[in-house]
Write a protein that binds this ligand. Structure first.
Ligand SMILES: Cc1cc2nc3c(=O)[nH]c(=O)nc-3n(C[C@H](O)[C@H](O)[C@H](O)COP(=O)(O)OP(=O)(O)OC[C@H]3O[C@@H](n4cnc5c(N)ncnc54)[C@H](O)[C@@H]3O)c2cc1C
Length: 299
């Protein structure tokens, strides 16, 4: 039976450890249950592991489908088919055991297949678009459809799913046969890089806050304007990399949005570059937050 929670507090489920109550949260465990959830709640917003999402401390007055209880995946020859809720690190390990290369980048961050396809996630020279074959998708307007790599219009941290509100139910990837040892060595290299340069989940964060502007790095621009010293209440720019926000001491979503706005404004003033947020926002009931989102997310 479909698990539905009312007035559900998602704070602990988010990698930023920030957020309020959501009116209704639906947790499908299978593709059939996900389809049922979409037919019952066609206006629901779909999220995975909430590792790239800032949820408002004021909560969200609507329905949300969280896919992390969907955990099915299967290998056939060099192909892998996975439910949207499967977490990257688990899939990366499983592919390594099979001697299949292409998912080593997923080992080091906590996204789900759905979130990673939606964002065209990537790291260490690999990305979703390199291995993507097709996905079973759904939209309110078009219903169920299979989208190929061409249909997905992948580019840097984006896919057509973002502009057309398309939901991913499961995805198929083509990997490359190699030895488990070579794959594990690459995974270890990726983990070592993270350990040296980026925060892990012991630091509540949501990965890169801003996308890299063309030909430059958001981290470099932010560092050059002194953002590493910026903080607003419990929200602080991470001291070792200026494109991460550390929820150091129970920051509210407003604190985090204010800090993002300060980072964005400072870069704009010095370089005339408007950084675009990579992190997504779920909320919309508080006036100040609505204002901040207008500033932050408007092109
Ligand atoms: C420590 C850390 C390191 C990170 N490093 C990287 C990195 O190196 N590279 C990188 O690309 N990202 C990185 N991230 C960000 C994040 O993990 C990725 O963007 C990931 O793809 C998000 O997956 P998610 O399931 O958590 O998505 P969520 O945060 O749950 O959702 C993100 C967006 O995807 C949409 N979405 C989620 N599931 C679906 C679905 N099934 N169908 C349609 N839309 C969906 C949501 O609506 C939302 O707009 C990092 C995050 C953290 C915390």
């Amino acid at each position: 039976m479909l698990l539905i929670e009312e007035n559900f507090d998602v704070k602990k489920l988010t990698s930023l450890k920030c957020g309020g109550k959501i009116k209704k949260v639906i947790f499908p465990t299978t593709e059939a249950e996900f389809k049922e959830a979409l037919s019952l709640f066609p206006n629901a917003k779909v999220f995975g592991n909430l590792s790239n999402t800032l949820v408002s401390s004021y909560g969200y007055d609507g329905e949300v489908i969280l896919t992390t209880k969907m955990s099915s995946f299967a290998f056939k020859d060099e192909y892998l088919t996975a439910d949207c809720g499967v977490k990257g690190p688990k899939l990366s390990q499983a592919a390594a055991e099979e001697g299949l290369s292409g998912l080593e980048f997923m080992i080091a961050f906590p996204g789900t297949v759905g979130g990673e396809v939606f964002m065209n996630a990537g790291a260490h020279g690999q990305s979703i678009s390199d291995i993507f074959v097709e996905a079973l998708c759904w939209s309110k307007e078009k219903g169920f459809m299979t989208l190929t790599k061409e249909d997905m219009k992948f580019s840097y941290r984006t896919s057509i799913c973002q502009s057309e509100n398309i939901v991913i139910l499961k995805a198929k990837f083509k990997l490359q046969k190699t030895t488990p040892e070579a794959i594990k060595a690459k995974m270890q290299e990726n983990l070592d890089f993270r350990k040296a340069k980026q925060p892990n989940l012991a630091t509540p964060n949501c990965g890169s806050v801003f996308r890299n502007p063309e030909g430059d790095s958001a981290g470099r621009l932010l560092e050059s304007i002194g953002a590493k010293t910026f903080s607003i209440n419990g929200a602080k720019v991470w001291e070792r990399h200026a494109n991460f926000i550390d929820n150091k001491n129970n920051a509210t979503s407003t604190d985090i949005l204010e800090l993002m706005a300060k980072m964005q404004k400072s870069v704009k003033e010095k370089y005339n570059i408007k950084l675009k947020p990579e992190v997504r926002f779920l909320g919309g009931t508080d006036k100040r937050e609505v204002e901040l989102c207008k500033i932050l997310f408007q092109e």
